[in-house]
Design a protein. Structure first.
Length: 310
């Protein structure tokens, strides 16, 4: 581990959520000494927070909300002094470590019972889940704690497309969706449609229907798995920013919520624009393909007639 910066004279406020974050970073470092990225730290914090609420009847005030890749924590609402985050050596982004300038005595103002509960919950979570990849933690979170069945359905679609697009990048000679993949993608889109809650997602109802139709067009005309995957990511991020982070959050201050509300309409317009543009492209390509097919059919018919006359 790299050296962390010199100790500050004043660490600022360190409460229960900071202690939870500190213990997660410390337990992960003690577990195997390997670098731990932001997503893994955030997911482990959320799992520990849930365990504290369910088994210890503890609410520690961890600021969290549902976003593109599931439930995450808001570090902007935490004292960042408890972790040291140098650039990672083995992946993009930052690696998280417990800060050298922080130790257990900096949390002596917290009750021993509270600290014990946080310590034990974090230890349990890291022992069970600490060696999982960020993708495995994300999948575990979606499978067990997703807000609704629509979210589970779109997660299933995204994971499938991610697998297919990786296969394309690494092994394929063709850049098109295979017939069996088309069938599976359509089945997953059907599952999303069956679980779409028109009340909960009323603000994106029309956008979703346009997106769904465009997805089916992209599959029909044989666009690449990578493009279909990226278009799915666009919709999922929009749904999180317009709907889910407002309905699935805890300990987020009113100023942040107001900032989210102010940007929501711009996010909605941008998502609608992206979907509309992609739909125009797909319709144009399908029409061009249909015209070429018509010309080819006419040519084949003419050739057949000539051959019949010989």
């Amino acid at each position: 581990m790299s050296e962390s910066p010199p100790a500050d004279d004043d660490l600022g406020d360190l409460g229960p959520p900071e202690y939870l974050l500190y213990r997660v970073a410390a337990e992960r470092h003690e577990q195997d000494g390997r670098e731990t990225g932001r997503t893994r730290i955030h997911k482990l914090c959320c799992l520990a927070d849930r365990l504290l609420a369910q088994e210890y009847d503890r609410e520690v005030g961890l600021p969290k909300y549902w976003y593109k890749y599931g439930r995450t924590i808001s570090e902007a609402h935490l004292n960042s002094a408890v972790t040291y985050r140098p650039n990672a050596n083995h992946f993009g982004g930052q690696a998280y470590y417990p800060a050298d300038q922080v130790n257990e005595s900096d949390f002596d103002h917290l009750s021993e019972d509270l600290k014990d509960d946080i310590y034990n919950a974090v230890q349990s979570v890291v022992t069970e889940h600490g060696d999982k990849t960020s993708e495995e933690l994300e999948e575990y979170q979606y499978q067990n704690f997703a807000p609704d069945d629509f979210v589970i359905a779109y997660a299933d679609l995204r994971w499938y497309l991610n697998t297919v697009s990786q296969d394309e990048d690494q092994h394929r000679l063709s850049h098109f969706v295979a017939p069996d993949e088309k069938t599976r993608i359509e089945e997953l889109l059907d599952e999303m449609l069956a679980n779409f809650d028109e009340v909960r997602y009323s603000e994106i109802h029309d956008i979703y229907l346009d997106w769904d139709d465009t997805m089916r067009l992209l599959v029909d005309i044989g666009r690449s798995p990578r493009e279909i995957h990226d278009f799915t990511e666009t919709f999922i991020e929009g749904a999180a920013r317009i709907i889910l982070r407002f309905e699935e959050h805890s300990n987020i201050d009113s100023k942040t919520l107001e900032d989210w509300r102010e940007e929501k309409e711009e996010v909605r317009r941008d998502l609608q624009s992206r979907v509309t543009q992609k739909r125009k492209e797909a319709l144009s390509e399908r029409q061009s393909t249909s015209a070429l097919d018509s010309v080819a059919d006419s040519y084949n018919s003419a050739i057949s007639e000539e051959l019949d006359d010989l």
